[in-house]
Design a protein around this ligand. Structure first.
Ligand code: TYD
Length: 140
C-alpha cells in the first residue's frame, strides 16, 4: 500500500454551469471528473458551532470533501506534516488520499459537508486512535 503525504492532497475545482439569474450547477461524474469511482455519498450537517468532526484516518478509503453549503476547515495530517484547507465553495472539493488523519472544524452556521467516498462503509477501515495512526504510518 502506498504511503501518502498531505502534499499529495489538493483542492480540485469543478466546472460551473451558469444559468442566467437561475443559479449554478456543478457535475461530479465517475471516470470524468474524479480520480476514483464513487461508491457512497454521505453528508454532515447541523454541526453546532465550535464542534469538530473527523478525528480519524482511513486505511484504504479515498474521499472528495465538498462544502455543499457554508464553510469549514479540513486539517490533514500524515504523521509528519499538517495542512489545513478552508472549503467554502460548492464547486471545489478536497481530494483526500488514504492513510491521512483528518479533523474537520470551524463549521459555519448551515454548513453542509458532502463526502464522496471510494468504498462502502467499513468499520475496519477506520483508525480512530492517534497513536495507532502514528504506528500505522511508521509501519509503511
Ligand atoms: P464518522 O465517520 O465517525 O463521522 P465523522 O468523521 O464525520 O465524525 O461517523 C459517525 C457515525 O455514523 C458512526 O457511528 C458511524 C456512522 N456511519 C455509518 O453508519 N455509515 C457511514 O457511511 C458513515 C460515514 C458513518
Amino acid at each position: 500500500m502506498e504511503k501518502y503525504k498531505v502534499s499529495d492532497c489538493a483542492i480540485v475545482e469543478f466546472d460551473r454551469h451558469h444559468s442566467d439569474r437561475k443559479g449554478n450547477l456543478t457535475v461530479v461524474e465517475n471516470g470524468e471528473t474524479l480520480p476514483f469511482n464513487v461508491k457512497r455519498v454521505y453528508y454532515l450537517y447541523d454541526v453546532p458551532g465550535g464542534e469538530s468532526r473527523g478525528a480519524h484516518a482511513h486505511k484504504k478509503l479515498e474521499q472528495l470533501i465538498i462544502a455543499a453549503s457554508g464553510s469549514f476547515t479540513v486539517t490533514l495530517d500524515d504523521g509528519k506534516c499538517k495542512r489545513s484547507f478552508f472549503l467554502n465553495h460548492p464547486y471545489k472539493g478536497l481530494y483526500v488520499k488514504p492513510g491521512l488523519w483528518r479533523d474537520l472544524n470551524d463549521f459555519s452556521s448551515g454548513a453542509v459537508c458532502l463526502v464522496l467516498a471510494s468504498e462502502m462503509y467499513q468499520k475496519e477501515d477506520y483508525i480512530r486512535d492517534y497513536d495507532e495512526f502514528l504506528k500505522f504510518v511508521q509501519s509503511k
